[in-house]
Structure formats: structure tokens, C-alpha cells
Design a protein. Structure first.
Length: 359
């Protein structure tokens, strides 16, 4: 990379925030981090944009934690471990190609000061790295954690209640497609979309589920959508809603859910507060609205459970838990990448390449 010729071994190029909000996002030179004991230094090869990364750059997590600026965003990525800070696990990973997640810090009140994956180098805890198989590219492996593990966690939400049907909002998203693949063999999936092209896309992607009645796709822009939604939910005895839009849509759907239904809110694609909730529907029908954050779900698991989950994700990374990649950007063009991603969020992953995009 030509621009790196002017850097010494203590420096790197990175995207970083100087304060809350995307308007404070810069690309430039930062000090290269050093791994402590139990940590590794990774030469980052690829990192995806996720909605949670956008929320971070908008400062939404700043209400719950104390971010130290300049701060490099990016919750997950892939690369090669080039240095160990000490410890058996860190030593074992030295030289290995890995998927990794940002160094774990307290998002509920603590300091957030270790940079993320939108940089040429990053440090993280050795236990937050998973070696990649030789046939998995860096671009594919970069999306190992956020979407696949969230999909497994939300699948668990449905299965632990022995649900036979589930509603997914933003059904054409990469994450919703993963959940559909995990559930549609034995659970009826009712997906909502906002474009007819997205309905057609899901019909083509899941022909078997469509034919056996395990997939129903509703367009929120259709006249009479809410009534159709209510009738479909009733016909399928559906009491689980996995919701990622928030805003008025969440409130409207929640208010027509059957008695003792559970709504799990795991995103806010509308960037709006949940609204238009009928309080008497919640009271009379004993409805439950709860949040899901991947970090909290992972922290609730014991070591054996986490090993099982990681093996499951690793084994399904190139099929049921795979992500489509629609475009790659040089990290220095991160602002263009964000603009494209926000206009095409259901079209596939946008990958940032800290060392440039291969032609």
C-alpha cells in the first residue's frame, strides 16, 4: 500500500471518531496498538459494516458507556495474528488467519477505549478469535460474529418457548435470511418486507419453504397490511415477533399480537423510538416486549455452551449462516461505503479493506 511507505512500525491508517456522530468520522494515522497478556495483535484484512456499527458511529451507545476519543469503530473483522501478548491461547493463535470481534469492554456504563476493526491493525482478547478454515476468505470470515451469532441467539429465543411460528420484520435482510434458514424446516416464518422486489427475492431464495407453507411474506406497503398481518398471525397461532425496525411499525405490530405474545427487539433500522403502542393491548393481552443484545446473550453462556455455538457457526458459515457480499471498499473510502450501505442494506454485506481492494 503506497501511502504506508511514510509510516513507521508504531503507526497505522485507521478510520476513527473524534466525537459522537458520523460527521466526526475521519481517516488518518493513529498509533498502532500493543497487545497485553491474553491478547493478540491482528493485521486486519476485512471488516464489514453492520447496523450496530452505524449506531455506534451515530453515538447511540454513548448514552450507556463512556467512549474515549479518538475511537476506531468496527465490531468484527478478519485478519492474521502477527503478535501475541502472552498466554497459551494467544501464543497458539500466532500466525493464524482468524475471525475476531472487537476487544470486549463494558457497554453498560464502563469505559470504551480499545479501538475496533476499521484499522490496519487491531488488538483483541485471544478468546474472541476463531481460526478460519483455509477455504474461507477473509471477506467471508469477517462476518463471523455479529449476524451469525445473533441469528443463533434469536433462534434460541423461539425454540426455548417451543414456538411453531415466528414473525420477522425486515425479512429480506441478511440476518433475517439466516434466521429463516435456521427455522423454516420446522417453524412457519412470517416475514415482512417493504418492497415487492424483496417479496419476490424471498420467494426465489426459499422455494421449498414457500411450497410447504413454512414461509409467508407480507408487504408492509400493501393496502390493508395491518389487517392481513393480524389475520395471518391468528391463523398460524404466532406468538413470537423478532423485530428490528422500531419506530411506529414496532408499536403497530405489537398492539395487534395475540394474547401472551413476546416481541424481541434487536434493532432500530428506522432510527426512531418505538411508538404507537396501545397500552391496553399490552395490559389486557399480557404482551411482553424485551430487548436482545448479542453481547449480553454471549455473557449469559458458560464456556461449554460458547464452544458449541462457535462450532455451530463455523460449520454453517458457508451455507445457512453465510452472508452475501455486494461490494468492497478501501477503508479510506469509508464515508462512501457507509452512504452506499445505508441505501442498500438488504442487498448484502459491504466490506471495508484496510489494505486496499484487489482489482
Amino acid at each position: 500500500m503506497e501511502e504506508n511507505k511514510n509510516l513507521d512500525d508504531t503507526q497505522m491508517h485507521a478510520a476513527y471518531l473524534t466525537d459522537k456522530g458520523k460527521g466526526k468520522l475521519e481517516y488518518g494515522v493513529l498509533e498502532r496498538p500493543k497487545p497485553g497478556r491474553g491478547q493478540v495483535l491482528i493485521r486486519v484484512e476485512a471488516a464489514p459494516l453492520n447496523p450496530s456499527d452505524i449506531y455506534c458511529m451515530e453515538g447511540r451507545y454513548g448514552e450507556f458507556a463512556d467512549f474515549k476519543y479518538p475511537f476506531t469503530p468496527g465490531w468484527e473483522g478478519s485478519g492474521t495474528v502477527i503478535e501475541s501478548g502472552g498466554g497459551i491461547h494467544a501464543w497458539y493463535l500466532n500466525g493464524k488467519r482468524v475471525a475476531f470481534s472487537k476487544c470486549n469492554e463494558d457497554l453498560t456504563g464502563g469505559e470504551i477505549k480499545v479501538g475496533g476493526c476499521y484499522a490496519q491493525y487491531a488488538i483483541t482478547n485471544a478468546y474472541q478469535c476463531v481460526p478460519l478454515d483455509d477455504d474461507v476468505s477473509f471477506s467471508a470470515g469477517a462476518s463471523f460474529f455479529v449476524n451469525p451469532m445473533t441469528a443463533v441467539g434469536l433462534e434460541e429465543e423461539v425454540r426455548k418457548d417451543r414456538g411453531t411460528s415466528v414473525i420477522l420484520t425486515a425479512g429480506a435482510s441478511q440476518l433475517a435470511k439466516m434466521i429463516t434458514r435456521l427455522l423454516s424446516n420446522d417453524v412457519t416464518v412470517i416475514s415482512t418486507v417493504r418492497k415487492e422486489t424483496q417479496r419476490e427475492e424471498l420467494h426465489k431464495a426459499f422455494p421449498e419453504a414457500l411450497d410447504n407453507g413454512r414461509l409467508i411474506v407480507l408487504n408492509t406497503e400493501d393496502d390493508g397490511f395491518l389487517e392481513e398481518f393480524k389475520n395471518t398471525v391468528k391463523e398460524n397461532n404466532c406468538k413470537h415477533l423478532l423485530e428490528c425496525i422500531a419506530g411506529s411499525m414496532c408499536g403497530k405490530l405489537l398492539s395487534v399480537m395475540p394474547e401472551k405474545s413476546k416481541v424481541v427487539l434487536y434493532g432500530a433500522l428506522s432510527r426512531s423510538n418505538v411508538s404507537e403502542i396501545d397500552p391496553f393491548s399490552i395490559i389486557n393481552n399480557q404482551l411482553i416486549l424485551k430487548g436482545f443484545l448479542l453481547t449480553h446473550w454471549v455473557e449469559s453462556k458458560n464456556l461449554l455452551s460458547l464452544i458449541f455455538i462457535i462450532r455451530k457457526v463455523k460449520g454453517m458459515l458457508q451455507n445457512d449462516l453465510s452472508s452475501e457480499i455486494q461490494k468492497e471498499y478501501d477503508l479510506k473510502d469509508i464515508k462512501d461505503a457507509i452512504a452506499f450501505y445505508e441505501d442498500n442494506m438488504s442487498g448484502g454485506k459491504v466490506i471495508l479493506k484496510p489494505w486496499g481492494v484487489e482489482n
